[in-house]
Design a protein around this ligand. Structure first.
Ligand SMILES: [Fe+2]
Length: 125
């Protein structure tokens, strides 16, 4: 059974989907089960992926990570999302852009997730 907000990837074609409504079925793409991406929360090694949540005059800024993550086509942060009070908001990023996103939302109890096209799904908060 799936759970809301889970993220799955097809390891054949690269499709990535998020669950908006749970169901009993197994998610399948390209003829095989999709991989459930686990939300990693602890950096190991030199590369930093755990989202860093800070405040700005208008709301919050999320950076990946405390040392900026590479933003090259072969290795970049594809999106950054915040989840607060049952609302979620996501910014999609392109290679060459900064690995960060600003959200006009009151700083409160906020969780942030990001997806690296090489190292997967990460979460903080
Ligand atoms: Fe990475």
């Amino acid at each position: 059974m799936t759970a809301q907000k889970q993220v799955y990837r097809c390891n054949v074609c690269g499709n990535i989907v998020e669950v908006l409504h749970t169901g009993k079925g197994e998610l399948v793409c390209c003829g095989q089960p999709m991989e459930l991406l686990t939300e990693k929360t602890k950096d190991v090694g030199l590369e930093k992926h755990v989202p860093v949540i800070g405040t700005t005059a208008k709301g919050v800024k999320v950076k990946v990570g405390d040392v900026p993550h590479p933003m090259e086509a072969k290795h970049c942060i594809e999106w950054i999302e915040i989840i607060a009070d049952g609302k979620s908001c996501r910014v999609f990023l392109k290679p060459g852009e900064k690995p960060e996103a600003e959200f006009e939302i009151k700083p409160q109890k906020i969780a942030a997730r990001e997806y690296c096209n090489v190292h997967g799904l990460w979460k903080s908060g």
